[in-house]
Design a protein around this ligand. Sequence first.
Ligand SMILES: Nc1ncnc2c1ncn2[C@@H]1O[C@H](COP(=O)(O)OP(=O)(O)OP(=O)(O)O)[C@@H](O)[C@H]1O
Ligand SMILES: [Mg+2]
Length: 263
Amino acid sequence: MATDVHRPVTPNAPNTPTTHATSAVRVEGLTRSFDGRAVIDQLDLDVKPGEFVALLGRSGCGKSTLLRILAGLDRDIEGTVLVPRRKAVAFQAPRLMPWKRVWRNVLLGLKGKPERGVAERALEEVGLKHRTNAWPKTLSGGEAQRASLARALVREPDLLLLDEPFGALDALTRIKAQRLVDELWQRRGCAVLLVTHDVEEAVLLADRVLVMDEGVIAYETEIDLDRPRGISDPRFAELRAELLKRLGVDAPDAAEAEPVAAA
Ligand SMILES: Nc1ncnc2c1ncn2[C@@H]1O[C@H](COP(=O)(O)OP(=O)(O)OP(=O)(O)O)[C@@H](O)[C@H]1O
Ligand SMILES: [Mg+2]
């Protein structure tokens, strides 16, 4: 297949095309096919530096495929993809190596010989410094997910790609993990692309929410709510209802308003 253009687009990076300096991600005419079927079909996408974007879409619509392409894990594509050189990805499953202690997992794949202190600082940032020396199998689901986030953070990414990172967590741990990601994003100032199935999570965290369908970004909306956000805000409910509609799910109110057939 044709063009695969992964280039740095951070403002300070050498050889940055000046026309793209205002984007952390620029995707133009991206197509990815499996067995002759285009899962991603002429997709365009821009993410600004420091922007938090959430990506929704029905199962199998191509969200993970897009994320993998942005992460540089899949280059069998057509079109143009511009992403920062410094990027990191965290998946739904933390993917820790069971035979390496937590701090070694955090440093896994980093170039050079990074010191343990680098891992410790990242683990401290995610509230996991006390488990620095632990084996992955002794971590809870939430702790393992935080270790995975620490592994992403040590890369000092300009772009953080998150593929349903909270999907396997219980409700309370999930709320804590969402807050953590919100804090880290505000502190680090990197662009974030979060794939999620949870509309509330998207509205709670993102500057902009995208809905993917038929291989393209079929709908997008800015989230014009002040932070910190609360689900009791009437505007929150409006945005949630609109996004659910775009996902083909009727909000409960609308369903209740349907005329009931006479017996
Ligand atoms: N390596 C592959 N070989 C063949 N088909 C694939 C491959 N990877 C993905 N697909 C197909 O591409 C489509 C999109 O998959 P993808 O994993 O991107 O969906 P998704 O939107 O992330 O779904 P989910 O919400 O369930 O995670 C699916 O139909 C999937 O079967
Ligand atoms: Mg997926």
